[in-house]
Design a protein around this ligand. Structure first.
Ligand code: PGA
Length: 253
């Protein structure tokens, strides 16, 4: 079964207004013809600017997080309803930096996911093990728990709008990438788990890989049967690299 490839850029807390302008000046003219799905998640503050800059493009725009509540007394939080109203296409939920620095639990991740889906946002649901967990032989156990608890209570229909992003924590921002074989093996395990133990339609579910993806390693990763794209941090910040990633994903789509 061939699934369309994705390239989603997670800009994290990077890119000032000037860098964003340069990025769009340098984004390839070829983007009109790219066959892959591609998108960017900037800082919240820059979402209106991105939505405006991408009006005539196919690029999807997403948020890096959202509140677990729609509205109310949650100082400093961002309502997923407002993200939808603004025109966002997707939201990243459960990124390892949110889990580690902001202590997000499976329960809160589950609430956020349910709410975002109910409001019509696509959810990029992140999972991944730490180096310690990998070395202790717990990859499967950790990923299955993240999926089971984070996506509890969602129907097959809800799950159609969920993209899974497998991001080994030890590969994020470190320059160390999982080998294509390691990544493919884990993706195949995830897909088989989705198929046998969850309500996912596993053959049509997109499972992206994240963790130090760059133009030089993207082909090796994305040419695997179960790797449907990349969630990219560092290499998505420069248009030249983002262009190269999308060109490659397009060829493989
Ligand atoms: P990286 O980040 O590509 O810089 O490793 C990936 C991510 O955190 O989504």
């Amino acid at each position: 079964m061939s699934r369309i490839k994705y390239v989603y850029g997670n800009w994290k807390m990077n890119q000032g207004l000037k860098e964003i302008e340069t990025f769009f000046e340098e984004l390839s003219e070829n983007q009109k013809d790219w066959k892959c799905v591609f998108g960017i998640a900037p800082q919240f503050l820059h979402l209106p600017k991105l939505l405006n800059s991408t009006q005539n493009m196919n690029v999807k725009v997403g948020a890096q997080n959202c509140s677990h509540k729609e509205s109310g007394a949650f100082t400093g939080d961002i309502s997923p309803a407002s993200l939808k109203e603004l025109g966002c296409d997707f939201v990243i939920i459960g990124h390892s930096e949110r889990r580690a620095f902001f202590k997000e639990s499976h329960e809160v991740i589950n609430e956020k996911t349910k709410l975002a889906l109910s409001l019509g946002l696509e959810v990029v649901f992140c999972i991944g093990e730490t180096l310690e967990q990998r070395e202790a032989g717990k990859v499967e156990e950790v990923l299955k728990e993240q999926i089971t608890k984070g996506l509890e209570g969602l129907s097959a229909k809800d799950l159609e709008n969920v993209v899974i992003a497998y991001e080994p924590v030890w590969a994020i921002g470190t320059g160390v990438t999982a080998t294509p074989e390691q990544a493919e093996e884990t993706h195949a395990m995830i897909r088989s788990f989705l198929d046998s133990e969850t309500a996912f339609e596993a053959t049509t579910t997109s499972i992206l890989y994240g963790g130090s993806v760059k133009p030089s390693n993207v082909e090796g990763l994305l040419s695997n049967e179960n790797i449907d794209g990349a969630l990219v941090g560092g290499a998505s910040l420069k248009a030249k690299d983002f262009n190269a990633l999308c060109e490659e994903a397009s060829k493989l789509s």
